[in-house]
Design a binder for this molecule. Structure first.
Ligand SMILES: Cc1cc2nc3c(=O)[nH]c(=O)nc-3n(C[C@H](O)[C@H](O)[C@H](O)COP(=O)(O)OP(=O)(O)OC[C@H]3O[C@@H](n4cnc5c(N)ncnc54)[C@H](O)[C@@H]3O)c2cc1C
Ligand code: SF4
Length: 487
């Protein structure tokens, strides 16, 4: 072994709280620094269950690594690294802020990113050829080819049915241990001392170790993946999980490496234990969307975060900010918001059509909404927010990423879900006491943004059907009046 290599091996590996799986280490001897900082939670409030998950995962990792690991409780990362007094290295952090910090620490080497399949330079080379038109579907096609993903499993044509799957076995429960009990005691104490969290505490539902996450993934592939395609684009009053994997926090904490998960799903498809449609949908999310968003975060100028093409200027109302689902009568929104409050998670369709759509219709500030998603969800992370919330869901980037604003009225929500039957509002009604907030909100959104949206062919029919000035004034006045109230 060369001298230089020995020196590299002697460095401590500082593992961030989203780098906790085995693929963030090179060998079984490496010394590991883990840092727990209460100050970070005080500075940026997050969901109580997210705080629990992060602390539990850090402490479980320290326990797994035993004598090789040093778990430091410090006010700041800088203090912890200075006190270490030896050279250290860190895998490329997942946020611009953390990367900028790492580059200011003397003697801290920054290694290339891990936990993603695609490569930054390769993405940039691809994106540079797109002349500003960046579509996930184009990237996904390119990346599948490049990484030989799903090439021998043809995708079936056509969409899946719009009916939620039934009888899907739930993910196996997590069994809490002494580490979780200690985390809960600490968080209770911190809260009593004034640190603010959002959402409610509950027994831990999400994996905090690689082993727990692997077990969840195996269960998903064996028992839930087959119903996955039917879960896409639907909402269910009775079942908030459907056949989703609920593994996003495991991927984002770095407990699971996506590439083996993608290959395992491929194998399930080839072996016929899961239908090709389900495998394609799952891989499209994990390999297509997840990689695309990660690469866009680094590809775009950081100022993307401030994009505001729709001039959305309203602050988030307090009831939404506090996840006050009990204040909401609109059944779909109350149900999804209660899920976020109680579990820190909702599936893609609920996030897009119920939560983000509500903000888009009312002109909430996109960056504030992005921060709300980051703090309220156990998987909430800055690199997803830019393209997903600011770009796709709030259309603040003028279609740089997506092709149309994801605005939906109550009629659409009624078609994809089963909440409307038991709701006090009428999904098709635009005006009056029973007007569905999503239907009135959709129309007000079109009126407010008519000039900006005029060139969008996919909204042309919606805009053309709503030209009566008297009705426009009535809708705008109604929606202005109820803009900040819980619906
Ligand atoms: C407004 C909004 C905010 C979102 N915020 C986040 C976030 O902070 N963190 C986050 O990880 N995802 C976010 N997503 C994407 C997606 O909703 C979640 O990844 C997914 O719902 C997590 O549930 P799951 O693990 O059951 O996913 P599944 O449906 O089982 O998908 C499997 C995995 O694929 C990946 N994936 C699937 N779809 C997407 C997608 N559209 N974008 C990125 N990854 C995807 C995830 O890692 C996920 O765990 C957001 C989506 C929207 C519309
Ligand atoms: S009527 Fe409107 S508010 Fe009520 S559940 Fe349906 S879409 Fe939601």
């Amino acid at each position: 072994m060369r001298k230089g290599q020995q020196r590299e091996m002697a460095r401590w590996r500082w593992l961030l709280a989203d780098q906790l799986g085995p693929h963030f280490l090179d060998d079984d001897a490496q010394r590991v620094l883990l840092v727990e900082s209460r100050t970070l939670f005080a500075a940026r409030p997050v969901h109580r269950q997210k705080a629990h998950l992060i602390l539990s995962a850090l402490r479980h990792r320290a326990a797994e690594l035993g004598d090789r690991a040093r778990l430091v409780r410090a006010d700041t990362f800088r203090t912890a690294l200075t006190d270490l007094g030896e050279p250290a290295e860190v895998v490329h952090p997942s946020s611009r802020a953390a990367l900028a910090f790492a580059r200011t620490v003397d003697g801290l080497a920054v290694l290339p990113p891990r936990g993603f399949v695609t490569d930054r330079a390769d993405f940039a080379a691809w994106a540079d050829t797109r002349r500003g038109r960046l579509r996930m579907a184009d990237f996904y096609r390119y990346a599948r080819d490049r990484h030989d993903v799903l090439r021998d499993l043809p995708a079936p044509a056509g969409r899946s049915r719009r009916r939620p799957p039934t009888d899907v076995p739930p993910p196996p429960p997590i069994v809490e241990d002494d580490i979780d009990a200690a985390v809960r005691r600490d968080l209770d104490r911190w809260q009593a001392e004034g640190i603010r969290f959002v959402g409610r505490d509950a027994p831990r539902r999400y994996p905090a170790t690689h082993a727990e996450a692997q077990a969840r993934l195996a269960h998903f592939l064996d028992h839930r993946l087959s119903a996955y395609a039917d879960s896409e684009g639907v909402l269910s009053d009775a079942d908030g999980l459907l056949a989703h994997s609920v593994l996003s926090s495991s991927f984002n904490l770095g407990l699971l490496d996506p590439e083996p998960a993608i290959r395992a799903a491929e194998r399930a498809g080839r072996a016929g234990t899961a239908p090709a449609a389900a495998v394609h949908r799952f891989v499209r999310g994990l390999f297509g969307w997840r990689e695309f968003l990660w690469q866009l975060y680094w590809y775009f100028d950081p100022r993307f975060r401030g994009a505001d093409w729709l001039a959305a200027t309203r602050p988030l109302p307090e009831w939404f900010d506090r996840l006050d689902a009990d204040a909401v009568e609109a059944r779909c929104l109350a149900d999804v918001l209660a899920g976020v409050r109680d579990t820190g998670w909702a599936h893609q369709t609920a996030r897009l059509t119920v939560l983000a759509n509500y903000g888009l219709q009312r002109g909430w500030r996109a960056a504030e909404l992005a921060d709300w998603f980051r703090r309220s969800f156990v998987d909430g992370t800055d690199w997803v927010m830019n393209a997903t919330v600011i770009g796709m869901s709030q259309y603040a980037d003028l279609a740089r990423i997506d092709t149309r604003p994801w605005a939906f009225d109550g009629g659409h929500l009624d078609r994809i879900g089963d909440h409307c039957g038991g709701c006090r509002y009428e999904p098709k009604q635009v005006l009056g006491d029973d007007a569905c907030p999503y239907t009135g909100g959709f129309e007000a959104f079109l009126h407010r943004n008519r000039e900006r949206l005029a060139g969008d062919p996919r909204l042309a029919a919606d805009l053309a059907a709503r030209t009566d000035p008297q009705r426009r004034d009535a809708v705008l006045a109604q929606e202005e009046k109820r803009a900040d109230e819980a619906p």
